[in-house]
Design a protein around this ligand. Structure first.
Ligand SMILES: Cc1cc2nc3c(=O)[nH]c(=O)nc-3n(C[C@H](O)[C@H](O)[C@H](O)COP(=O)(O)O)c2cc1C
Ligand SMILES: O=C(O)C(=O)c1ccccc1
Length: 362
């Protein structure tokens, strides 16, 4: 390997980007991005659960020609990684969501735009191919329908309905810091109604599966539910005509104590149809985490905080850097596991668990 590959100060991992972001962010904003609910135990558990999973590589399989390419709801993606929705990108960097969108475009991956974006959804969509729009279903159904119509017109490829937030998680760092409002000039641009009035995002504790059924009748766009951890809810989602799921605990920002996503994934994967789009997010920090997730039954992974670190550290280039670091790691991890493509990763590459043998000698 040429020695010039390792320059002093060069960022080699997402952890390096995280450290870089910490040096440039306002500490209050860094806490908003890093923080989670309660004791933040679920946020830690997400990382620990991935780390616990041991891989059992295959050898001598000619992995000289590899492809990371995959397809998500009919859109080709250059790798099984997408950008999970995160609020307030202009808080990380003045270039905000459009910079993130351009980085996703350059990397060939899908961006999920947050309902709490600090840029209008039409403008974000102008910078990237078929993004998805994340929504909190609003008690004002007309306003939700209005957003859905805008998304359709702007070329969005799917709606991602976040269902883990009947109430807003209690993030103690934000309370301690008094962080409740966006600083001057920034606002949730998609919450401005036709009359020019800025609305609040309402977390609707009254939602039931009826709301999913209603949305299903409102739009032809694919619908994914984000924040499903229980197999019975996954079954209900399939029964309601949902097109995909995010196995997610919101990065530990909603129910502290919730199961880690890597631990919840197998139970969900077991009850959905073969090939059903399953995205897992929470704690994906390495290429090997992507391998672990695919081996456990995911179609793709989502990354949340690492996108914000990249954006804070270096704007569009920083987000691109995060994605390329993950790509390099994933490609190498696949080769070392004896797989030439994401489709070749399955339970076979997982170390057999004592209570659930998967073949071989434990
Ligand atoms: C700062 C921040 C803002 C977020 N905003 C949203 C949001 O607006 N809508 C949503 O559904 N999820 C939101 N999430 C959750 C992410 O989509 C994702 O589930 C989570 O960040 C994944 O965990 P990770 O950060 O460990 O990758 C947010 C997460 C963070 C850290
Ligand atoms: O911070 C979050 O996790 C989040 O989902 C959110 C949603 C709306 C506004 C701000 C943040």
């Amino acid at each position: 390997m040429p020695a010039t590959d390792v320059l002093p100060g060069k960022r080699l991992s997402l952890a390096d980007v995280e450290r870089e972001a910490a040096t440039v962010l306002d500490p209050v904003h860094a806490d908003f991005f890093a923080g989670a609910a309660g004791d933040e135990s679920t946020a830690r558990a997400n990382l620990a659960a991935f780390e616990r999973i041991r891989l059992r590589p295959r050898v001598l399989r000619d992995v000289s020609a590899r492809s990371l390419a995959t397809s998500l709801l009919g859109r080709p993606n250059s790798m099984p990684v997408l950008l999970s929705p995160t609020a307030f990108h202009r808080l990380a960097h003045p270039a905000g969501e459009p910079a993130t969108a351009r980085a996703a475009e350059a990397a060939g991956v899908t961006m999920v735009v947050s309902m709490a974006a600090t840029t209008r959804l039409e403008e974000v969509a102008a910078h990237t191919t078929r993004p998805w729009l994340q929504l909190y279903l609003q008690p004002d159904q007309d306003f939700t329908r209005h957003l859905v119509r805008r998304a359709g017109r702007a070329g969005y490829g799917a709606l991602v309905v976040t269902v883990d937030s009947p109430v807003f998680g209690r993030r103690e760092r934000d309370h301690r810091n008094g962080f409740h409002d966006l600083p001057g000039g920034l606002r949730c641009e998609n919450l401005v109604d036709d009359a020019g009035v800025l609305r609040d995002i309402v977390m609707d504790a009254g939602l039931t599966w009826d709301a999913v059924a209603r949305l299903r009748e409102t739009t032809d766009l694919p619908i994914l539910l984000k924040g499903v951890l229980h197999p019975d809810d996954a079954r209900l989602a399939v029964e309601h005509g949902v097109d995909g799921l995010f196995v997610s605990n919101h990065g530990g920002r909603q129910l502290d104590g919730a199961i880690a996503t890597a631990d919840a994934l197998p139970g969900v994967a077991a009850v959905v149809p073969q090939g059903f789009p399953l995205i897992v997010d929470g704690g994906v920090r390495r290429g090997i985490d992507v391998v672990r997730a695919l081996a456990l039954g995911a179609t793709a992974v989502g990354i949340g905080r690492p996108v914000l670190w990249g954006l804070a550290a270096a704007g569009q280039d920083g987000v691109r850097e995060v994605l390329e670091l993950l790509r390099t790691e994933l490609d190498e991890a696949m080769a070392l596991c004896g797989a030439r493509s994401p489709g070749e990763l399955g339970p076979d590459v997982l170390a057999p668990h004592l209570s659930a043998p998967t073949g071989g000698t434990a």
